[in-house]
Design a binder for this molecule. Structure first.
Ligand code: KIV
Length: 261
């Protein structure tokens, strides 16, 4: 998948995106035929066990992006720019977007609209594709006072529609819409020509993204309404680990067939 191919996902075949944080899962996701891997700063929550994404560093994003990008054969890899890696200046944005590309990302994702348009422009100008992220942007969790649906009031909805247009004008190649009403996501999708990628934004977006551990049923500490677990791997893992413990304690494992002679 290339950026020109990604841009064609508008109003036709749906774009399917999943987060990935390591080589093992990057390969499994690709085997499933999914062509866009997002190395999300959600790794702060699902991999590192933090309460939010704010503590994720550039070095950590570099490391996980490298693991995923080196494993990916065909997929487009989008690297998330973590909190404070781009907000302060164009220079920070250029330098840190460049680092993610050096780690193997094909595009970078930034949270925000008009307030970070300078940074989107700067990164785009040096030839790095930018994916925007609007709606409930997790790096602003303290402003919202929690993970809450955004854009319900008409004036907030208008800001988001405008932000999407401004991002597109600054060169964004796609935009993630997170936790906004389905009809607002539809309105934005109709008013921009870049693909929209929804997460908790209803069925009208040009594509969908989910956090890998949510869709596999591995992470159950906080399950938003928009998550559909397609497997229950936490339950499977617990069952396997309990059986292993039991068999070791009862001297059933290792048996003859797991022993060398
Ligand atoms: O960090 C992440 O995984 C994301 C997705 C939830 C869109 O930004």
């Amino acid at each position: 998948m290339t950026i020109p191919e990604l841009r064609q996902y508008k109003g036709g075949k749906k774009l399917v995106v999943v987060t990935a944080y390591d080589a093992l899962f990057a390969r499994i996701i690709e085997q499933a035929g999914i062509d866009v891997l997002l190395v999300g700063d959600s790794l702060g929550v699902v991999v590192q066990g933090q309460a939010n994404t704010l503590g994720v560093s550039m070095d950590e994003m570099f490391y996980h992006t490298r693991l995923v990008a080196e494993a990916a054969q065909r997929a487009l890899v989008i690297g998330d720019m973590p909190f404070m890696s781009y907000q302060a200046s164009r220079e920070d944005a250029i330098r840190n977007a460049g680092r993610l590309v050096q780690a193997g990302a094909h595009a970078v994702k930034l949270e925000g609209g008009s307030t970070i348009i300078d940074q989107v422009d700067a990164i785009t100008q040096i030839g790095i594709p930018v994916v925007g992220h609007l709606g409930m942007t997790p790096q602003s969790v303290h402003r919202y006072g929690g993970y809450r649906v955004q854009g319900k009031a008409e004036e907030d909805a208008e800001v988001l529609v405008n932000d999407a247009k401004v991002l597109e004008a600054a060169g964004a190649v796609a935009v993630v819409l997170e936790a906004i009403p389905a009809m607002l996501a539809k309105r934005i999708t109709e008013q921009v020509s870049m693909p929209t990628i929804g997460i908790g934004a209803g069925p009208h977006c040009d594509g969908q993204v989910l956090v890998l551990y949510d869709l596999l049923g591995l992470f159950d500490e906080f399950v938003p309404k928009f998550v559909k677990p397609y497997a229950h791997l936490k339950a499977d893992a617990l069952q396997a680990l309990r059986r292993y413990k039991e068999e070791v304690e009862q001297s059933k494992f290792p048996s003859d067939s797991e022993s060398y002679h």
